[in-house]
Design a binder for this molecule. Structure first.
Ligand SMILES: Cc1cc2nc3c(=O)[nH]c(=O)nc-3n(C[C@H](O)[C@H](O)[C@H](O)COP(=O)(O)OP(=O)(O)OC[C@H]3O[C@@H](n4cnc5c(N)ncnc54)[C@H](O)[C@@H]3O)c2cc1C
Length: 461
């Protein structure tokens, strides 16, 4: 009865057309891109603006109704999926874009705007956006802020955290928090916008963001090289970083991932077969090749037979698809376990060797695929062939990551997938402090319960 009353109030706030309760209308919102995370929502609510979202959360808070904030459902850790009958709050209709501060290099967008739309807006105004990820056409700015998304340009521009000037966020009780003013520097107390970034929808729902743009670089070069081991790849990136400031991306692909993506693209590797492939992009005002050639020569990797170089956009896109299409290629083969982990660069090679052994000992016969962002030691460990509900492989990988001094969530976040392992990456004091912040901002634990906090430690569930 309480829920029915709450729903009527929510319908009055957003109109009944934007409260989806029938199973067929809810279905799209109950599963994520990976298909590993699927649940049931008691309703899906689609507010059109901050006032509506604020009214919805005030009702949910009063009736203590659990909510899952949701953007484009491309998050890969089960954070945006209603697994326990929660109400989904979709931000997809928050689609405003304002260029009124464009001369300051700022664009203001609603949380439901996709990354692709931000990139197009920036390009039309002579700017670029500092974060790029392969899910750009579906991932929303709200979801990217909530997960502090990383991607292909982190080595040059940092993660989402570095692109945010300020945020508007609706808190659990419906009050609206506007971080910062219009000025570009602001040291008046806590930076609450930054606190929200990476909080995975547990502290508030992002409704609007003022985003910083970066300079467009007119000349770029993309190149792919083969290396025998990841230590050689790390050395190459280090050499390149010393030779030029134009390095924008440094990605790695193992032979198994290259095979899978080639099959998906009905293609062959663009260079001779190798144990590892390193894909890099440099972008500059002019002649990005100069520093690159110097670095390749110094690294002993200037042999044409081992290097594919692309100067034109079509051939650059062609080389990039060997990296960007891996996730789709793997998904065509089954539902993988996806573990996004951060490894100290000095131990990347050791991890790559050990993780395959550890997984195959835990779950014989599975396929392990490794690729990721080389600049930050961010490895996407994908395991095909293990039962989606069998967490023993996840446990084996994450324990190894901890032993080797890495972290369990390099860029996708913790979500529901890794909540029980949070203490491998955070101390008891850190988890207690995070829990206290959560309790202060969301005392009834209505925002994304089950996400981020391990239930045995948090006490908020
Ligand atoms: C092919 C592919 C490639 C990818 N590559 C990368 C990559 O290189 N780097 C990377 O970092 N990620 C990558 N991802 C993961 C994913 O795209 C990012 O995590 C993205 O930021 C999620 O955005 P979303 O709108 O889909 O969020 P969702 O999946 O809908 O939600 C993700 C989390 O954010 C919360 N949330 C969503 N919107 C809001 C909001 N407005 N306010 C508060 N909380 C909210 C949800 O509750 C959930 O916890 C990739 C995914 C795919 C499918």
């Amino acid at each position: 009865m309480d829920f029915a009353n709450a729903l009527s109030e929510i319908e009055r706030a957003v109109s009944s057309a934007q409260v989806l309760t029938s199973a067929d209308l809810r279905a799209t919102y109950e599963i994520d891109w990976s298909r590993r995370w699927k649940g049931n929502a008691s309703a899906v609510v689609r507010p059109a603006n901050t006032d509506e979202l604020s009214a919805v959360l005030a009702v949910c808070n009063r009736f203590k109704i659990a909510c899952v904030p949701q953007g484009g459902r491309t998050g890969l850790v089960g954070g945006g999926v209603p697994l326990d009958g929660e109400v989904v709050i979709s931000v997809q209709r928050l689609g405003s874009i304002s260029t009124s501060e464009i001369d300051s290099g700022i664009v203001t967008v609603g949380a439901g705007v996709t990354l692709g739309e931000v990139q197009a807006t920036a390009a039309r105004s002579g700017w670029d956006f500092g974060v790029d990820i392969a899910s750009r056409e579906s991932a929303t700015i709200g979801g990217m802020i909530a997960t502090n998304a990383g991607g292909m340009k982190v080595i040059r521009h940092g993660q989402m955290r570095a692109q945010v000037a300020s945020l508007e966020v609706v808190l659990a009780d419906g009050s609206v928090l506007k971080g910062g003013g219009a000025s570009l520097k602001d040291n008046a107390g806590f930076d609450l916008s930054q606190l929200m970034i990476g909080s995975e929808g547990t502290l508030g729902i992002v409704t609007e963001a003022r985003l910083k743009l970066v300079r467009q670089m007119p000349s770029s070069v993309v190149f792919l090289v083969g290396v025998d081991n990841l230590a050689a790849g790390v050395k190459l990136v280090g050499t390149l970083r010393r030779a030029t400031e134009s390095l924008e991306s440094a990605e790695f692909i193992d032979a198994a991932s290259m095979d899978v993506v080639c099959e998906f693209l009905s293609s062959t590797p663009p260079i001779q077969r190798s144990r590892w492939y390193v894909l890099m992009e440099c972008a500059a005002d002019a002649d990005p090749l100069r520093g690159v050639n110097e670095a390749l020569t110094r690294s002993g990797l200037d042999d044409d037979s081992d290097t594919a170089v692309a100067m034109e956009s079509t051939s650059q896109r062609n080389l990039w698809q060997y990296r960007e299409q891996i996730t789709d290629a793997i998904s065509c083969l089954g539902i993988p376990h996806k573990l996004d982990v951060g490894i100290p660069l000095a131990r990347l090679d050791e991890f790559a060797d050990q993780v395959v052994k550890v997984v195959q000992t835990t779950s014989p016969g599975v396929t392990v695929l490794l690729f990721g962002h080389l600049g930050e030691g961010n490895v996407h460990v994908n395991i095909l062939g293990a039962d989606p509900d069998d967490e023993s492989v996840d446990d084996a990988v994450l324990q190894l990551v901890a032993q080797i001094g890495g972290n369990i969530a390099s860029e996708h976040g913790v979500g529901r997938a890794k909540a029980r392992w949070l203490d491998l990456s955070r101390t008891a004091t850190e988890i207690r402090t995070m829990r206290e912040i959560k309790q202060a901002l969301d005392p009834h634990n209505i925002l994304n319960p089950g996400v981020l906090f391990p239930s045995h430690v948090s006490g908020v569930r």
